[in-house]
Design a protein around this ligand. Structure first.
Ligand code: SAJ
Length: 417
């Protein structure tokens, strides 16, 4: 069996490596020639624990190679990005391009799986693109189970930072366009999967992926809303949640500076875009979470105002230290990060010095480097007048409270309270 994975990013590369580690021949395809060259050297262009070892072994063993041009394969897995465009509409350009790139090399008996997070109906749309390009082959939407090419939607659900474990262990939803498609897709994933394959149709599988991330978004929004209410009422939200969670049927998530990453802040909009009348709670949750960084910025401004009054210093003499830039704890991923957004706004707005502590990076991103300086925890604690904790990295949790002498603290994760 030859397996071809289209899109060698955070999902595609681990998936390609997982198949190759089971001694299947895998060809990864990407339009980014830098990524392709890196992988062919046995190295990786993204950060994910355990991934580099698996890729290196797979490339060295001759099971995995990367290319910029599509190849003939028995199974294709499409794992390209589906961002949004305009007013939060899903952008299917990359899926369309991927489908059209493999269409010319498709052979009778091929299996095509879409893994990218997609709006409901995307798999049927992909099947139509393939059928248009290959009138000489039959597809499930035309002839059902007798089709020459089988097509399924099988979303990934791995947690960044734990991809290599979750890829193998999580159960997998398999949404075939026919039962034959589902059976073939299940058989393919069983090559490396320890979790179960749970079979449904493609539309339900598409909605299932969107539902999982919307569930988390709505629940985080509940926690974030509580944090605003508690600030108004002079109640410690962390204690409140701890107490409420002692109820056997209550399990509130943690508030924070906002919701970041490439999935939870995006996927719920796919549901809203297709169902604007019905998806009221899901839309509101997105708005609540997107508002949180602005609220935090206002808290910081109020805190600085207090500090100015009490200290008699000028604003330009006040040093602010921001702790954390990543979109969640103990990773180095700064993309779509509310902490990054808040630190950037503070650095732009504040006339004095802005210090940034981020133990997982060696250099500030360009957007921040002209307005802020990267320092270590000790220097920040020694120099700053105002502390802003934005990410609950382990290093920050380990700081002993006796080392924190500042009175002016905005703590978005309840670490130093
Ligand atoms: N967050 C909170 N409070 C919490 C939990 C998370 O504010 O109690 C914030 C985080 O700080 C972060 C954001 O939410 O900014 C998202 O982080 P996350 O760890 O919840 O999720 P991701 O984006 O890393 O990965 C999610 C996962 N989805 C679910 O848990 C339902 C993962 O399983 C998916 O595969 C991934 O999205 C994806 O690719 O869709």
């Amino acid at each position: 069996t030859t397996i071809s994975v289209i899109g060698l990013g955070y999902i595609g590369l681990p998936t390609a490596a997982a198949f190759a580690s089971r001694h299947k021949q895998v060809v990864g395809i990407d339009i980014n020639s830098h990524a392709v060259d890196t992988i062919n050297r046995g190295e990786i262009h993204i950060v994910e624990p355990e991934l580099s070892n698996v890729v290196k072994a797979a490339v060295d063993g001759g099971y995995l190679r990367a290319s910029t041009t599509p190849v003939v394969a028995d199974a294709y897995l499409i794992a390209v990005p589906t961002p949004f465009k305009g007013e939060h509409e899903p952008d299917m350009t990359y899926v369309e391009a991927a489908a059209k790139s493999i269409a010319p090399v498709l052979t009778r008996g091929a299996l095509v799986i879409l893994e990218s997070t997609s709006p409901v109906g995307a798999t049927e749309q992909m099947a139509d693109w393939l059928a248009e390009a290959r009138p000489d082959l039959t597809f499930p939407q035309q002839v059902g189970e007798a089709a020459d090419v089988n097509i399924a939607y099988c979303p990934e659900r791995v947690l960044p930072g734990q991809v290599m474990v979750e890829l193998i262990r999580n159960d997998r939803v398999i949404g075939g366009m026919t039962s034959v498609c589902s059976a073939r897709a299940s058989e393919l994933y069983k090559i490396f999967l320890e979790g179960e394959c749970v079979v449904t149709n493609s539309r339900t599988a598409e909605m299932c992926k969107l539902t999982e991330n919307s569930f988390r978004d709505v629940n985080i929004a509940f926690a974030n809303e509580l944090s605003l209410i508690c600030a108004e009422q002079g109640i410690n939200v962390w204690e409140l949640i701890r107490l409420a969670n002692r109820h056997p049927r209550v399990n509130i998530l943690q508030p924070g500076p906002g919701v970041g990453g490439h999935c939870i802040a995006v996927d719920p909009w796919f549901i809203v875009a297709q169902n604007p009348q019905q998806a009221r709670l899901i839309r509101t949750a997105r708005e609540v979470n997107d508002y949180k960084p602005h609220w935090v910025l206002n808290q910081v401004k109020a805190c600085i105002a207090d500090c100015l009054t009490a200290s008699g210093k000028r604003a330009s003499e006040i040093k602010i230290a921001c702790f954390g830039l990543a979109f969640k704890p103990n990773i180095d991923d700064l993309r779509e990060s509310p902490a990054m957004e808040i630190a950037g706004d503070i650095a732009q707005w504040h006339s004095g010095q802005t210090l940034v502590v981020e133990p997982n990076i060696h250099q500030l991103p360009a957007a921040l480097s002209s307005h802020a300086s990267l320092v270590n925890i000790a220097d920040a604690l020694a120099q700053a007048d105002v502390l802003v904790l934005l990410v609950d990295h382990n290093e920050f949790k380990a700081v002993e409270s006796s080392r924190i002498t500042q009175r002016y603290i905005v703590d978005t994760k309840g670490v130093w309270r």
